[in-house]
Write a protein that binds this ligand. Structure first.
Ligand code: CTP
Length: 448
């Protein structure tokens, strides 16, 4: 039996792909198709892929030409696959002519004629105009958002609005944004989506207004500080056919995502404890971050990051939660939260006025995962075991401020009419908002 292998992204599967797969199949008796994983594509700088890996695998499956479909995850995997599956022929389109000659050492390499006049890139361009995004609020995070959006195809930041018009003008000039709007309504009239980066307490009203005008919303984390409001916004967004997403950059980081999937597949056994810590010493600058009237404090400022690994790994059904906080001028400058689950206990530490180690440790029955500070923007983690020879380190790409990954997912949700992203499910956002609410209401709260 002659085995043939070929690889590709197969985004928006088209006739060129089908022709290629047919030609590859004709070279032998058994065709293996490698579909590139989303994280691998991102690592290669391909941030504009429309369909996620599951959708792309389904599309290849539907051609009926593949005998086996595998996922391509890392550089060098082709050699491993060729040996593992005992492949005779590696086939790829002629646009790659010469690039895979190094595989000749392992099997025969065949460059097949490419179908002229069609490609995923062309289809993506035809299919969609740029999404016009309006930025609302011009603080620190918004400043990072605009340059990051330039790495994502099919989005354009066209408009800006801030309650301080002078600030809007300055922001627009700095970021080459064409339209400075005098009101939020005016901005909403002129965009397809908004990025809400205003102080926490204004999020709910701004998101709701945008949804009612049928605009997609990417809202900075914490989205809202109330579970009922979170549920309402998601429900409303679905009703109006728009995407509502909480912008938690860590949830979209390639390293973090892989860490979660590996742990879920049992690498460190059953997870019993997740301890996440984050701190950012704020000093005495009196800004929104320390203002009790604007929901300042450590919990609201950073809590959603430390809750993320806990909720992702342990789920939504915790049995109870307790908060221990050091207060200063009406806000928590330090909070430790302890969350009990039926089969585990988790904790998080947050400090605006207390410095903590800032790492993430996930303990399981077979070993533990260690992610050094700053784990929330990580490109590296380790699995450690009793037998140190088994320890393993993993390295990833984390580009710039890392916001491009969440923007890309937002765009992908819009294009594919997905109301929820697996990276941060709506119900996960809701549980985070409920926990924020408990803290706001000082439930199970103790001052230290
Ligand atoms: N292919 C082809 N003819 C085309 C387009 C792609 O034969 N018109 C082949 C490629 O050479 C490759 C496989 O299909 O062997 C998968 O390619 P992929 O990169 O997924 O498709 P493209 O349409 O080229 O994607 P993009 O525009 O994003 O580069």
């Amino acid at each position: 039996m002659i085995k043939v292998i070929t690889y590709g992204t197969y985004d928006l599967l088209h006739q060129g792909h089908i022709n290629l797969l047919r030609r590859a199949k004709e070279l032998g008796d058994y065709l293996i198709v490698g579909v590139t994983n989303d994280s691998f594509d991102r690592e290669r700088g391909k941030l504009n892929v429309f369909n996620n890996v599951l959708e792309r695998v389904e599309a290849v499956k539907a051609t009926g030409l593949a005998d086996k479909i595998i996922i391509e995850d890392y550089v060098g995997q082709k050699i491993d696959d060729i040996q593992k599956y005992d492949v005779d022929i590696f086939a790829i389109g002629s646009d790659w002519e010469g690039k895979f000659d190094y595989l000749n050492e392992y099997c025969r390499v065949v460059y097949l004629p490419r179908t002229e006049g069609i490609s995923s890139t062309m289809l993506r361009e035809d299919l969609q105009d740029d999404i016009r995004i309006g930025v609302v609020g011009t603080g620190r995070i918004a400043k990072r958002f605009v340059p990051e959006s330039e790495f994502v195809s099919y989005v354009k930041i066209t408009d800006v609005f801030d309650t301080d018009f002078g600030k809007s003008c300055f922001f627009a000039e700095q970021n080459r944004i064409v339209n400075v709007r005098h009101s939020y309504d005016e901005l909403l009239e002129n965009v397809d989506a908004v990025y809400v980066a205003t102080p926490h307490l204004s999020h709910y009203e701004l998101c709701k207004k945008a949804i009612l005008k049928k605009k997609h919303v990417l809202c900075e984390t914490p989205m809202v500080l109330n579970g009922v409001e979170a549920k309402e916004l998601f429900k409303l967004a679905e009703k109006y056919g728009v995407v509502m997403m909480e912008a938690n950059k860590t949830a979209h980081s390639p390293a973090f995502n892989h860490l979660i999937t590996m742990i879920k597949s049992g690498v460190i056994g059953d997870v019993v404890d997740v301890s996440a810590s984050e701190s950012k010493l704020w000093g005495d600058r009196f800004t929104r971050e320390l203002d009790p009237k604007q929901a300042g404090g450590s919990m609201f400022e950073m809590g959603s990051y430390t809750l993320l690994p806990i909720i992702k790994l342990m789920g939504l059904d915790y049995t109870n939660i307790n908060f221990y906080s050091k207060m200063r001028d009406g806000v928590d400058v330090y909070t430790r939260g302890v969350i009990r689950y039926p089969h585990g206990v988790c904790s998080f530490q947050l400090g605006l006025g207390v410095k903590t180690e800032g790492n993430l440790v996930i303990s399981g029955t077979k070993g533990y995962a260690y992610v050094p500070s700053p784990w929330w923007l990580t490109d590296y983690y380790e699995f450690r075991f009793e037998d140190q020879n088994l320890n393993k380190k993993f390295f990833y790409k984390w580009d710039g401020a890392g916001l491009r990954y969440e923007i890309q997912e937002f765009v992908s949700c819009i294009f594919n009419h997905r109301f929820s992203t697996a990276r941060l499910r709506r119900r996960e956002s809701v549980v985070m908002a409920e926990i924020m609410q408990q803290f706001m209401e000082r439930k199970n709260f103790m001052e230290i």
